[in-house]
Design a protein around this ligand. Structure first.
Ligand SMILES: [Zn+2]
Length: 276
């Protein structure tokens, strides 16, 4: 049987985005032998109310590194300023370097419509790279990709201009406790900044037990499957298994990458190899 060894590059805007949106998949991928890299396109320097600048950047880099170690994956926090990312040529070149350097089979990123400008422009930058990563005369110092990667978007709840479409649904139940540990590495976010910011049902706390239970509540809410997800799960896992799934991560195909057809899903995602 052919070994499972795709190269997966997740490009989130901030040092916790990939973990929230694809941490369970990364754990499953790494267990199966895939090479996974989580990249934060910005340095995360705005994600706190009491810390800032290089002190916060260093802390968030260390948190991202600790989270990556839980999953056994690679991690990179780039230097673009948090809250100020723009989809310019210099930023595009920096992403081109990361993409050509890693040579991914699959790229994951945000959808282009999102509340946060850094999420929007990370997506825009990935879209802007989608074609030119294969063009030799665009930044000729790095060899072009000869095969276009598949590109897929992280799940979100935005409805306009189009609601998220779950083209791939992965059961992350078998690794949920590790995902919770990955997220808990981002202490500055889940137990300090996000409770202060007030957009999520989180609470500032130093108690390790309470932290893990807050994280469990967070993933139970964020990773719960809908009825539509369950019918998609049934295709790959069988109806009986799908009915009992509690935690999922979902991805939507981006039209600018290689086609995300059934063969590509089987080749690239941590779903059962033969389908149901
Ligand atoms: Zn973010």
């Amino acid at each position: 049987m052919k070994s499972f060894s795709p190269r997966i590059l997740a490009l989130g805007a901030h040092p916790d985005d990939c973990e929230i949106l694809a941490g369970g998949s990364a754990l499953l991928w790494a267990r199966k032998g895939a090479v996974v890299k989580f990249v934060s396109v910005t340095n995360g320097e705005c994600g706190h109310h009491a810390m800032s600048g290089s002190e916060l950047v260093a802390r968030r880099r260390a948190e991202a590194k600790a989270a990556a170690e839980v999953a056994g994956i690679e991690s990179l926090v780039m230097d673009h300023p948090d809250g100020k990312l723009v989809p310019g040529l210099a930023e595009r070149e920096s992403l081109m370097r990361v993409i050509r350097g890693f040579r991914p089979d699959l790229i994951l990123t945000h959808r282009p419509n999102d509340y946060h400008p850094d999420h929007r422009y990370t997506s825009q930058l990935v879209q802007d790279c989608a074609y030119v990563v294969g063009v030799p005369n665009v930044w000729p110092e790095l060899p072009p990709l000869r095969e276009a990667p598949v590109i897929a978007y992280f799940r979100d709840n935005f409805q306009k201009p189009t609601p998220f479409q779950a083209d791939v649904v992965v059961d992350i139940g078998p690794v949920i406790s590790e995902k919770i540990r990955m997220l808990a590495c981002h202490e500055s976010q889940f137990f300090e900044w996000l409770p202060w910011n007030g957009r999520h049902d989180l609470k500032a706390t130093d108690d390790p037990e309470e932290r893990l239970s807050l994280m469990e509540k967070f993933v139970r809410h964020r990773n719960a499957p809908t009825a539509e997800h369950r019918s998609r799960l049934a295709t790959w896992y069988g109806a009986d298994h799908a009915a009992g799934v509690e935690f999922v991560e979902c991805f939507e195909a981006c039209e600018y990458g290689a086609p995300l057809d059934e063969a590509a899903i089987r080749r690239l995602f941590a779903v059962p190899a033969s389908g149901a």
